[in-house]
Ligand binder design. Structure first.
Ligand code: ATR
Length: 260
């Protein structure tokens, strides 16, 4: 039986097992996918299980996406450039770290028919997921990427990796086609203190629980198109599954209903 895990801390909130176990069953694969809460000191031993073929694949979530890197043998281009690993597997004798958040973001947008080619994007926040979003936007031919964060130093760190981005002062709103809220504001019903007086733009929030954050609710009232991070989440899982099992599972109505 193939064993898969998602590791993080906290981990209780993770809906990855629901998706993966559904796809394992649907595709007749004898496997199980569970969540495990780890401490940083446990990472090395846990990854060792993959080396010894005791387990088959690992998803990594907050706060370990960067911390696992030193225990891996090779990184994909996406993982290397973003400094972020969410999928680990064994290839021949090597333990490989990959980042499927990059493809997940792109495939989620394509699913919703949002095209960023030649567009301007304004990103708010500088947490762990932001390098993946920037990498993905660049892949898709986004013309201009602007970044702001309450703590400005963090945007400067990201600019060291992606020199082409423009840093915007906190509180300023530039012209944009798409704005992405990548902060954790909204998770607990907090409100982002930025004033958007625009319409007919696209507002995207990485958060999908709640389905509509205040950021999205206000944008909708003002006549903007809104999108949350649910499809990004489903597609990153879908890509991890395909790496481990050599099958791209279907994303149909049933799967879309698994995530509320
Ligand atoms: P992770 O790496 O886990 O995604 P994080 O590093 O804690 O999360 O990042 C959360 C993001 O939400 C950061 O950009 C954070 O801004 P700071 O870097 O200034 O902390 C942003 N954030 C959280 N609460 C916020 C608030 N009340 N107002 C504005 N930004 C906030």
């Amino acid at each position: 039986m193939k064993k898969f895990f998602v590791i993080g801390n906290p981990i209780n909130h993770s809906l990855s097992p629901e998706l993966h176990n559904f796809w394992l069953k649907e595709n007749g694969i004898n496997g199980s996918y569970s969540k495990v809460k780890l401490e940083e000191g446990d990472l090395k031993n846990f990854i060792q299980k993959l080396r010894k073929d005791e387990i088959h694949g690992i998803n990594v979530t907050i706060p370990f996406k960067n911390k696992v890197i030193k225990y891996l043998d090779k990184l994909s281009l996406e993982a290397e450039k973003t400094g972020s690993v969410n999928t680990i597997y064994k290839n021949n004798q090597d333990i490989i770290g990959h980042n499927t958040d990059v493809a997940g973001f792109e495939l989620g947008l394509r699913h919703s028919k949002i095209n960023v080619l030649g567009k301007s994007t304004f990103i708010i926040g500088a947490g762990g997921v932001v390098p993946s979003i920037i990498y993905s936007l660049l892949n898709m031919g986004c013309k201009k990427i602007m970044l702001t964060n309450r703590t400005i130093e963090k945007t400067e760190e990201i600019k060291k990796i992606f020199k082409e981005i423009k840093i915007i002062k906190w509180g300023e709103i530039p012209d944009f086609d798409i704005v992405i809220n990548a902060t954790s504001v909204g998770l607990k019903g907090d409100i982002l203190k930025l004033d958007f007086a625009v319409k007919n733009k696209i507002f995207y929030d990485v958060i999908y629980n709640p389905k509509e954050t205040e950021f999205l609710k206000n944008a909708k009232i003002k006549g903007n198109k809104i999108e949350n991070g649910k499809l990004m989440f489903i597609y990153q899982a879908n890509q991890s599954f395909s790496i481990w099992n050599n099958i791209i599972p279907e994303i149909g109505e049933k799967v879309l209903k698994i995530i509320p």
